[in-house]
Ligand binder design. Structure first.
Ligand code: SF4
Length: 344
């Protein structure tokens, strides 16, 4: 796409799967990750973090609005009562061949097809923006697309901890509803080892502040990231931090060793010994036993691969997960089943 194109806007690579499958409008408020040190993460490793100006973000939103407008107009002309049609998309692609290479075109088309309800702010930590441009961009997004009923972003707990409660509340009121936070662990030594740039205290502070400001909060933790050396502390202290925050959602993203990451290298060099599947379940058992929350605990990712007796997935991969405390015993029973299926 050249920059003079009427539909030119940026789309980043990542968004959480729980953002309505592929149906969220992806709006890039910042580029890449401002921290970029986590030793397990390869997401933005060769990319530099950049803030975007309010003007740039608004231009992107305007370009999306033009694309929506033209798709709708063409759809009504092709006799579909203004409903978004494939025909309209095909006509537009013939008219503007660059759309074929436009990363955001399919995304925007899918979003419209599914009713245009949710948006996700890219990339890894957009709440790091100064409050005024962030709020102005949120308001502009909401005004431009009034069908949107939920806006979500990734955020670092440290970034939230550094903002005042009033600022956080104002950001929420400007139109940001839901935050996805990468907790990974609540154990101080593990957090240091993975270079999360957070302490148990800053995690608690950021998470609690987000809850108090009225956001819907999802905390992601990483079973197994303590390895053999630290699994017990990792389980207990992660559960303790989560107990303090008591977020709406707790989501499991088990550790996987990725090539090209420092922790992947440590696995190869055997300075980090990962847990076996059975040991991971033992860790999970301790984490679940220690959890005293009223959150939904979710295993909504293929990385939660453990099998049940019949060879299917042990846990539901649904985005709504298991309601604690009511379903805590059920989750613990499933873990026992998983351990049996492993042969313990
Ligand atoms: S904060 Fe998130 S995106 Fe950034 S390095 Fe850590 S895990 Fe990766």
């Amino acid at each position: 796409m050249n920059n003079h194109h009427p539909y030119n806007f940026e789309t980043g690579v990542y968004r959480p799967p729980s953002e309505g499958g592929s149906d969220s409008l992806l709006v890039r408020f910042t580029r890449n990750c401002p921290w970029n040190h986590c030793t397990f993460c390869g997401m933005y490793k060769n990319e530099k973090f950049e803030l975007r100006t309010l003007e740039d973000i608004k231009e992107d939103i305007d370009a999306m609005a033009r694309l929506v407008h033209d798709l709708k107009e063409l759809s009504s002309k092709t006799g579909k009562n203004g409903e978004i049609s494939r025909e309209a998309a095909i006509i537009l692609m013939r008219r503007v061949p660059e759309l074929e290479y436009h990363h955001g075109f399919t995304m925007l088309y899918q979003w419209l097809l599914s009713g245009g309800k949710t948006a996700f702010l890219q990339d890894a930590n957009s709440p790091i923006m100064k409050a005024e441009p962030l709020m102005a961009a949120l308001k502009y997004l909401r005004e431009t697309f009034p069908t949107i009923n939920r806006v979500t972003s990734y955020a670092r707990s440290k970034t939230l901890a550094q903002k005042s409660p009033e600022t956080l509340e104002n950001i929420r009121k400007a139109g940001l509803d839901r935050l996805h936070l990468g907790l990974e662990s609540g154990d101080e030594a593990v957090l240091k080892m993975i270079k999360k740039g957070a302490t148990p205290e800053s995690h608690m502070e950021g998470g609690k502040k987000a809850m108090e400001a009225g956001f819907q909060v999802s905390e992601y933790w990483m079973p197994g990231v303590g390895g053999k050396a630290n699994w017990e502390n990792h389980a207990r202290n992660t559960a303790r931090v989560l107990n303090e925050i008591n977020p709406h959602y707790i989501r499991s993203r088990p550790f996987r060793s990725w090539p090209g990451t420092p922790l992947g290298q440590a696995v190869r060099e055997k300075t980090f010994i990962p847990l076996s599947p059975g040991e991971q379940l033992q860790e999970l058992k301790l984490t679940m036993e220690t959890l005293e929350v009223s959150s939904k605990v979710c295993f909504d990712h293929a990385g939660n691969y453990w099998k049940n007796r019949r060879g299917g997935y042990l846990f539901s991969h649904g985005y709504e997960g298991y309601q604690f405390p009511e379903e805590k015993q059920r989750v613990l029973a499933l873990i026992e089943e998983g351990l049996d299926a492993q042969g313990r």
